[in-house]
Write a protein that binds this ligand. Structure first.
Ligand SMILES: [Zn+2]
Length: 248
């Protein structure tokens, strides 16, 4: 019986993240307990340490499941202790996660970085009404209560972007992405009202401006309902970036 259970467990361990995700929290503790038992059964000794990749997968999967069923959402350990609120037209927008790229000081959370994000958010919200008017789209919902969350993290493919839980971690955190892109520089979720953005705020401000305006466009478009009115949201986002770039 023990052997059979362990065989089932080993099978599950091959794809623990998705198993746990689909089975839900109730099954996960039992799976982990069984896994520990199986480890002892196979090795007949107390393990000094469990191998790091599996350990971090297990711990983080548990943490993720406790908070949200969507692995894209920040884990408790990834959230800023105090979210940073922006100003004026973006006063209900807050930065909830900001993780730097190891060894790159200019990707760290900083006042200059926050100031730049604030400026870009206000620029986008400010220019959105004139943009949709120019495109003959009628939006009834006011942007006064516009709220959103921002998550910044390493994204560069060559520099930790593909590491576990970073922007191009397509094996776990962003494995369910629907956008047909090879790499992620920004990603916005409508229901959770959050955008995940590459942390190049000050290391590549022009590129960051492009990404930020693009993602803020998606979020305002979703918030205002204009998302439902045009045929190609992605094309409109690109058009908006161009519109803002030419006027700022
Ligand atoms: Zn887009």
């Amino acid at each position: 019986m023990r052997k059979k259970l362990c065989w089932i467990h080993n099978l599950a361990l091959d794809n623990l993240a998705s198993m746990a995700y689909s089975l839900g929290m109730k099954t996960l503790p039992a799976l982990l307990l069984l896994g520990f038992g199986c480890y002892l059964y196979r090795h007949n000794e107390i393990p000094k340490e469990i191998s790091t990749p599996v350990e971090s997968l297990i711990l983080s999967t548990t943490e993720s499941s406790q908070q949200s069923s969507n692995p894209m959402m920040p884990l408790k350990s990834e959230l800023l202790l105090n979210p940073i609120s922006l100003s004026n037209k973006c006063k209900y927008v807050s930065i909830v996660e900001w993780r730097e790229t190891p060894g790159e000081d200019n990707t760290k959370l900083s006042d200059n970085g926050i100031e730049y994000i604030d400026k870009l958010c206000n620029l986008a919200v400010d220019m959105f009404p004139q943009f949709i008017k120019a495109n003959n789209v009628h939006v009834t919902k006011s942007l006064n209560g516009y709220s959103h969350k921002l998550s910044l993290m390493p994204g560069s493919i060559k520099d930790h972007g593909t590491d576990y839980r970073n922007l191009n971690d397509l094996s776990f955190r962003f494995k369910n992405k629907k956008a047909p892109v090879k790499y992620i520089w920004g990603y916005t979720l409508e229901d959770e009202k959050i955008s995940f953005i590459h942390n190049c705020v000050l290391s590549d401000p022009q590129f960051f401006k492009d990404i930020m305006i693009h993602e803020i466009f998606h979020s305002i478009s979703m918030y205002s309902g204009s998302y439902r009115t045009w045929n190609n949201e992605e094309q409109m986002a690109e058009k908006f970036v161009k519109y803002v770039m030419e006027r700022s």
